[in-house]
Design a protein around this ligand. Structure first.
Ligand SMILES: Nc1ncnc2c1ncn2[C@@H]1O[C@H](COP(=O)(O)OP(=O)(O)OP(=O)(O)O)[C@@H](O)[C@H]1O
Ligand SMILES: O=C(O)[C@H](O)[C@@H](O)[C@H](O)[C@H](O)CO
Length: 179
């Protein structure tokens, strides 16, 4: 019987940054900028949804835990593939258990929670064109959100101001040492 190979050491590498928050908080906008500024790949969480999830949200129904399970698994696979080379992925990651699922992927994660007043988010959603997510789902997103807990590596970043300003804030919030 051969011994199992030891897990790949990732703790000393670059963390994968998960840009989290409710729909319309700016995850895609800020996530893309962060990846550019850090010189690492970016992944858009919406690209990992099964078609049924997109159809459900488009029809105005919030996803439940069962719907989100395969989506989180696919994002976790992307994170695992990054290993210790870093990356940025947008993902609402609204509940603690969803974030636990992503942490199971292996690489160290740092969560950037984009947070701001409901009116500001609603106004940005109302102005957004050509997106499947109805503004009416914002309320359920807010109700589902469980804020980062003290033992979770991450930071809350306010979303007032322009995208570059928010990206600057997020960059300043990143840990200087491995998470
Ligand atoms: N700082 C900002 N100032 C003004 N508009 C912004 C800002 N950030 C994002 N937006 C705009 O607000 C809308 C929502 O942003 P974005 O799509 O990045 O949010 P999201 O969190 O990725 O949403 P979803 O989860 O629904 O995909 C977009 O139209 C975007 O262009
Ligand atoms: O967990 C969820 O309910 C979903 O991931 C949503 O957050 C959407 O994917 C996104 O916000 C729409 O773009």
């Amino acid at each position: 019987m051969t011994a199992a190979s030891p897990p790949r050491p990732v703790a000393a590498g670059r963390p994968v940054i998960v840009v989290m928050g409710v729909s319309g908080s700016g995850k895609s906008t800020v996530g893309g900028l962060l990846a550019e500024r850090l010189g690492v790949p970016y992944a858009e969480a919406d690209d990992f949804h099964p078609a049924a999830n997109i159809a459900k949200m488009s029809a105005g129904h919030p996803l439940d835990d069962t719907d989100r399970a395969p989506w989180l698994a696919a994002i976790a696979d992307w994170i695992a593939e990054r290993g210790d080379r870093g990356g940025v992925v947008s993902c609402s990651a609204l509940r603690r258990r969803y974030r636990d699922r992503l942490r199971q992927a292996g690489p160290p994660l740092f969560f950037v929670h984009l947070d701001g007043p409901e009116e500001l988010i609603a106004a940005r959603l109302a102005a957004r064109m050509q997106h499947f997510m109805p503004t009416g789902l914002l309320q359920s997103q807010i109700e589902t959100l469980e804020p980062l807990e003290p033992d979770e590596a991450g930071a809350v970043v306010p979303i007032e101001g322009g995208p570059q300003q928010i990206a600057d804030r997020a960059l300043a919030a990143l840990p200087a040492t491995p998470v």
